[in-house]
Design a protein around this ligand. Structure first.
Ligand code: C5P
Length: 300
């Protein structure tokens, strides 16, 4: 994320992510699944503005034009079930800080999309309020708070371009990305619930591991990168959503290094050699359906 001070406020640009590999290794006693995943940060952003509020109250509002972006406000609660306010409250209760904040959010990352928008916003809230409220927490102190909020929040905390994430997703091993990757991302109208997708998982499918993809990235080899892409949650998501199946079928009509669903869906993407090819693919995909289509590159 990028954090900027504007007078008394802080403004954060919070990126989305794509999962290039996602293996499910088993079910844990706490009901979560042990996973191994490769995540990359991409250039699709929400914007959050944090203004000090001396009363101690925590307030969240939406700005911008969510309807145009297909963001259904009923799927986006502004109360304490929202991860942004949960992050702020967790910081207040952990540190005893009496200060409050007014947060306005311009949402561009689609919801229930497997793009990590809510987690990225929560991570930015921890980092920004640590600064705004002068709490002085170290990254090592922020990480356990991030893990309490959700499985993907830790990835966004340190703003690394790529990481292998393990545990339930909260154990982060950063990996350098030597060259940017270029994507076209398609978000069908419907979303998917992470919980539902995990519940429909076929546990007999063996994990394929991250190494084929990571070797492909190190070698800069499109064939190895394409061959290394895989997501154990794709098959259950396809069985739950004909839109995901249709989106993947459309993506596979266009030549690319490879195509995949991200996270627990419902967005899917193709990796392409160049942003110009991604833009050309986006034009074809927009003509095929009503889905939202984004042309993005990874951070390096
Ligand atoms: O961590 P988060 O709240 O985003 O996860 C939502 C739901 O997805 C969990 O309640 C759980 O049912 C499922 N999940 C899982 N294993 C993971 C991550 C999520 O079973 N590693």
């Amino acid at each position: 994320m990028r954090l900027e001070r504007r007078e008394l406020s802080l403004v954060a640009r919070t990126p989305a992510k794509l999962n290039l590999v996602l293996d499910v290794l088993g079910r844990r006693a706490d009901g979560y699944h042990e996973i191994e995943t490769v995540m990359v940060s991409i250039g699709l952003y929400d914007t959050l503005r944090f203004e000090p509020e001396s009363s101690g109250r925590l307030e969240l509002s939406l700005t911008g034009t969510p309807a145009r972006l297909g963001i259904d406000p009923s799927l986006f609660p502004l109360d304490h079930s929202n991860l942004i306010l949960q992050a702020a409250q967790l910081l207040q209760t952990t540190t005893g800080c009496p200060q409050g904040v007014r947060i306005s959010l311009e949402k561009r990352i689609p919801l229930q999309a497997g793009l990590g928008g809510g987690s990225s916003d929560a991570a930015a809230t921890l980092v920004a309020l640590n600064q705004l409220w002068n709490l002085g927490l170290t990254p090592a102190e922020l990480h356990p708070l991030a893990a309490q909020l959700g499985s993907d929040v830790n990835f966004f905390l340190d703003s690394v371009p790529m990481a292998v994430c393990r545990g339930r997703g909260e154990v982060i091993e950063p990996h350098p990305l030597s060259a940017p990757l270029h994507f076209v991302v398609v978000k069908p109208l419907g979303g998917l619930s992470t919980r539902d997708v995990f519940q429909h998982l076929d546990r007999s499918v063996p994990p394929r591991g991250c190494e084929p993809l990571l070797s492909g990235l190190r070698a800069g080899c499109p064939r190895m990168i394409g061959g290394g892409l895989h997501n154990a949650l794709e098959a259950p998501a396809v069985s739950l959503s004909s839109e995901v199946a249709g989106t993947l079928a459309n993506l596979r009509l266009i030549p690319a290094w490879g195509s995949l669903m991200t996270g627990s869906g419902s967005s899917c993407f193709s990796v392409l050699a160049h942003p110009v090819q991604a833009a050309r693919a986006a034009r074809r995909l927009r003509a095929m359906s009503d889905s939202q289509v984004f042309v993005v590159s990874s951070a390096t």
